[in-house]
Design a protein around this ligand. Structure first.
Ligand SMILES: NC(=O)c1ccc[n+]([C@@H]2O[C@H](COP(=O)([O-])OP(=O)(O)OC[C@H]3O[C@@H](n4cnc5c(N)ncnc54)[C@H](O)[C@@H]3O)[C@@H](O)[C@H]2O)c1
Length: 250
């Protein structure tokens, strides 16, 4: 029997990058996957591709910072599938980078914090009632090495990812006796559109810090996320897993 057979997984930011990789993997292992993304057109294209691969997929356009949109999307998932076993929160942005703190635009800081932190909170808040009712749930948040280490040039992003690590600890502990686990992953740079969008100086700085001296591939983080999203991850909660080519050894 496949690991996610009969399960339903919502993946935010599922239209591309790490989120899409997670959706493909969980789908290949039996899950019905919901691609919840701001980019509705791309999510629909991916839905068609996944369906072509024999995966039950559903694209939903929603901005994770919009409470009504998130709650409406979760209601649609429950209407169609009647359950939510897994939530992977991969929607995120870096905001402006390669700038020092005195150069950070406070509006950009707000934008990054709202999406990377409040967006995750809103999605988790929306799925928890169904998970509590079922007595089972796996929540996996995309944090970043920047939240553990603090990446110079990335104040807003690093601050937001440190918050994701903190939020993950609280939720892990609050629901520890309910069958729901909440963990995070803190990767170093991974080859996606997000990494492609970084200024070359910023990308070089981040790659140079990795002892393996290369950036990671989506598949290399998907393995860990799939474990944290699976029934096998039953005695680990509130934890932030590493995938940083040796950069974080703590
Ligand atoms: N790529 C990296 O180097 C790296 C490293 C560490 C952590 N991460 C984290 O992993 C996650 C995924 O990163 P990625 O590289 O795949 O990014 P990406 O830019 O390739 O994909 C992000 C997805 O999120 C969606 N999205 C953006 N804003 C949204 C919103 N408001 N509502 C709903 N969807 C929205 C986008 O449309 C896109 O499909 C992010 O949280 C990121 O911070 C990435």
């Amino acid at each position: 029997m496949k690991r996610f057979e009969g399960q339903v997984a919502i993946v935010t930011g599922g239209a591309q990058g790490i989120g899409l990789g997670v959706a493909q993997r969980l789908g290949a292992e039996g899950a019905s996957v919901v691609l919840l993304d701001q980019n509705g057109a791309l999510a629909s294209e991916r839905e068609a591709e996944l369906s072509g691969d024999g995966i039950e997929a559903m694209a939903l356009q929603a901005d994770v910072t919009d409470r009504q949109a998130v709650e409406g999307a979760v209601a649609k998932v429950l209407e169609r599938f009647g359950r939510i076993d897994v939530l992977v929160t991969a929607a995120g942005i870096t905001g402006a980078t390669n700038i020092k703190t005195h150069e950070v635009d406070p509006d950009d800081f707000d934008r990054v914090m709202t999406l990377n932190v409040k967006g995750i909170f809103l999605c988790i808040r929306a799925v928890l009632p169904a998970m509590l009712k079922a007595g089972y749930g796996r929540i996996v948040n995309m944090a970043s090495i920047s939240g553990k280490d603090g990446n110079p040039g990335m104040l807003a992003y690093s601050t937001s990812k440190a918050a994701v690590i903190g939020l993950t600890k609280v939720i892990g502990k609050e629901y520890a006796e309910t069958g729901i686990t909440c963990n995070a992953l803190a990767p170093a740079v991974i080859r996606t559109a997000m990494a492609d969008g970084l200024p070359p100086e910023q990308l070089k700085l981040l790659t140079d810090k990795i002892p393996m001296k290369r950036i990671g591939e989506v598949e290399e983080v998907v393995h860990m996320i799939a474990f944290a999203a699976s029934p096998e991850c039953s005695f680990i909660t509130g934890f932030t897993f590493d995938a940083s080519g040796g950069r974080a050894v703590y």
